[in-house]
Ligand binder design. Structure first.
Ligand code: NAD
Ligand code: ZN
Length: 363
């Protein structure tokens, strides 16, 4: 099968024939229909985050189950599934307490480049290739653990539903779960890419009072307005925290950082009032530091992070699919362009240049 392999950081990804083993034990074989191109893939291409190479990238996939391993109990051939970026074990204290997005197991497997049984199914010329987030969905097929594949209704279009595997659920969950937005609350969202605009859609759905979007790219700001932002700020023209103070009369209830820029994280924290909450969804390069005045904490301000929007994938992903089908979560508006797998480097380039919101590889 064809797959997009990264051999060296900051070099084009190569689309070539690779071997994928049969699903074992609790694994399923998924025929990929579509995979979103998330900025996280780009961070790894650029070496801003660590990952063993060579690796088959892609972590925002959706497809149809073709085969199941001997001990699979939750899926069967023909099921439509969204593949989740973060695997959860189902047994640790986080999973048991209803916080599967915080399960620490995915990180270890991700760093080893394996599936959740610590082995690899991808090979080329007799050498093992590494898995990406235990998924590797920039490929015609993927073998994943059944807990990473969430079954959704068959009438929901997989070429849009793939976004729920990572960026969109992160944006939605950061607002509704991590920040805990209530109707009427004010919120400022820094960064209007796939994650940030999903946060805008969720804030609109959740009844935000004043919904403010910030981005350096005016095209993204236009999209934010279309999706429900009441105010937009371009930092090249205005100082965002100062403008947020004016709009909200002293600071927003919530701020979400969806870029991965430590300066913007500090701006987001500076945009909330005493007692407000700032959520970091963006991924800054490994080793980067944020600094802030401890006095701000005395004022009761909170800063926290969000992996995958603290969603409970098995419950929330089918729910978001229902909301999409009901016209209440218009995430299809985030897709700017579909690409063939062979055009993957073009999709990365367009994402980096800010020419697209979400590009999606369609198989
Ligand atoms: P993206 O490239 O689509 O969007 C980033 C946006 O930020 C762009 O619109 C860009 O114009 C804007 N921007 C850049 N610099 C800016 C600045 N200084 N001020 C204002 N706006 C600026 O990226 P994405 O796919 O939406 O991902 C955003 C971040 O979220 C990435 O760091 C990604 O790795 C991270 N992420 C985290 C999780 C998680 O679980 N926490 C999940 C998915 C993605
Ligand atoms: Zn992602």
């Amino acid at each position: 099968m064809k797959a997009a392999v990264l051999y060296e950081n900051n070099k084009p990804v190569k689309v070539e024939d690779v071997v994928l083993d049969e699903p074992q034990n609790q694994e399923v074989l998924v025929r990929m229909v579509a995979t979103g191109v998330c900025h996280t893939d780009l961070h790894f291409v650029k070496g801003e985050m660590p990952q063993p190479l060579p690796v088959v990238l892609g972590h925002e996939g959706a497809g149809v189950v073709e085969k199941v391993g001997t001990n699979v109990s939750t899926l069967q051939p023909g099921d439509h599934v969204v593949l989740m970026v973060a695997y959860s074990c189902g047994k640790c204290r986080y999973c048991v307490c209803g916080q599967p997005a915080m399960c620490p197991e995915w990180l270890g497997y991700h760093m080893m480049g394996t599936l959740p049984d610590a082995t690899k199914r991808l090979h080329r010329n007799g050498e093992d290739l590494n898995h990406f987030f235990s998924q590797s969905s920039f490929a015609e097929y993927a073998v994943v653990h059944e807990r990473s594949a969430i079954k959704i209704r068959k009438d929901a279009p997989l070429e849009t539903m793939c976004l729920l595997g990572c960026g969109t659920t992160t944006g939605i969950g950061s607002v509704l779960n991590t920040a805990g937005l209530r109707a009427g609350d004010s919120i400022v969202i820094y960064g209007c890419g796939g994650v940030g605009l999903s946060a805008v859609i969720a804030a609109n759905l959740g009844g935000a009072g004043k919904l403010i979007a910030v981005d350096t790219n005016d095209i993204k700001l236009e999209k934010a307005k279309e999706l429900g932002a009441d105010y937009v700020i371009n930092p090249t023209q205005e100082d965002p925290p100062q403008r947020v103070m004016e709009i909200t009369n002293g600071g927003a209830d919530h701020a979400i950082e969806c870029i991965g820029n430590t300066n913007v994280m500090a701006q987001a924290f500076a945009s909330i009032h005493a007692g407000g909450k700032c959520v970091i969804a963006g991924m800054a390069p490994m080793g980067a530091m944020v600094s802030t005045a401890p006095f701000e904490f005395l004022l009761g301000k909170t800063i926290t992070g969000s992996v995958q929007g603290h969603i409970r994938a098995a419950v929330d992903v089918p729910k978001y699919a229902d909301l999409y089908m009901a016209g209440k979560l218009p995430i299809d508006k985030l897709v700017s362009k579909y690409y063939a797998l062979e055009q993957i480097n073009e999709a990365f380039g367009a994402l980096e240049k800010g020419e697209i919101i979400r590009g999606v590889v369609r198989f």
